[in-house]
Design a protein around this ligand. Structure first.
Ligand code: BG6
Ligand code: MG
Length: 223
């Protein structure tokens, strides 16, 4: 069996934290008089904290001093962490552990490829950190998704060529990053949002072991 590199996004793929990012950004946006919808939130998924606030300010036609900008990023993160602190393993999304264990059993490379600077503490909190061979998070990259840097770094750490990597993502920016890196892109979420992905599933309960084996045996290709 060949060794592939399976790269997982964190928020909205491994754990159900996308909803906490949404709540914290909505609070923050509303506090400065900017409306914030679920549809706008789709454009923030996978996007770094800094870039997210820049987009919110653009939508609201606001400019801020650097000091105020940094203060608001801090407030958003405090709000977000207040939710994260309550979190436990029950917020691991369905069949994630089963999938990770199956791939480990098949001796595949497993990496995290996340924009979040909170990735390691979250993985520790839900007791999944030890399952990954490599972690690339928001502290390690200079260019945010849709730039492929995060996934290319993960491939390098796994020692697997990008064309032999598979990315699981719930964000449009992440799917674009995977496609630019010439990796197999698997969207987790709605078809209407993630249509640029090679394959799309609602969640991991729909991803069978035989599909994973087909990927490992080169029977699944980019579209
Ligand atoms: C991504 C999320 O995983 O991480 C984004 O999809 C978030 O919503 C980004 O803004 C950065 O996360 P953090 O934890 O560093 O603020
Ligand atoms: Mg995500």
């Amino acid at each position: 069996m060949t060794k592939k590199g399976f790269i997982f996004d964190l928020d909205g793929v491994i754990v159900d934290t996308a909803k906490y990012h949404f709540l914290a950004w909505k609070n923050l946006a509303n506090s400065i008089g900017v409306d914030f919808s679920e549809e706008q939130n789709e454009h923030l998924k996978g996007v770094s904290r800094k870039r997210s606030l820049e987009k919110i300010l653009d939508w609201g036609n606001k400019t801020l001093s650097e000091e105020e900008f940094n203060r608001l990023m801090g407030l958003k993160n405090e709000d977000y962490l207040s939710h994260i602190n309550q979190m436990d393993a029950s917020e691991i999304l369905p069949d994630i552990e089963k999938t990770l264990d199956f791939l480990i059993d098949k001796e595949q490379g497993l990496a995290l490829g996340s924009a979040s600077k909170n990735a390691k503490p979250i993985l520790k909190k839900v007791a999944l950190l030890h399952k990954f061979d490599a972690i690339v998070d928001g502290n390690d990259v200079s260019k945010a998704k849709p730039d492929p840097e995060v996934f290319l770094n993960a491939a390098k750490l796994l020692g697997v060529a990008p064309k032999d990597c598979i990315v699981f993502e719930d964000s449009v920016a992440g799917i674009q990053a995977a496609n630019t890196a010439h990796m197999l892109s698997i969207g987790i979420g709605q078809k209407s949002v993630l249509h640029e992905a090679d394959y799309i599933f609602n969640d991991f309960t729909e991803i069978s072991e035989s599909f994973l084996l087909d990927i490992i045996s080169n029977r699944v290709h980019k579209k």
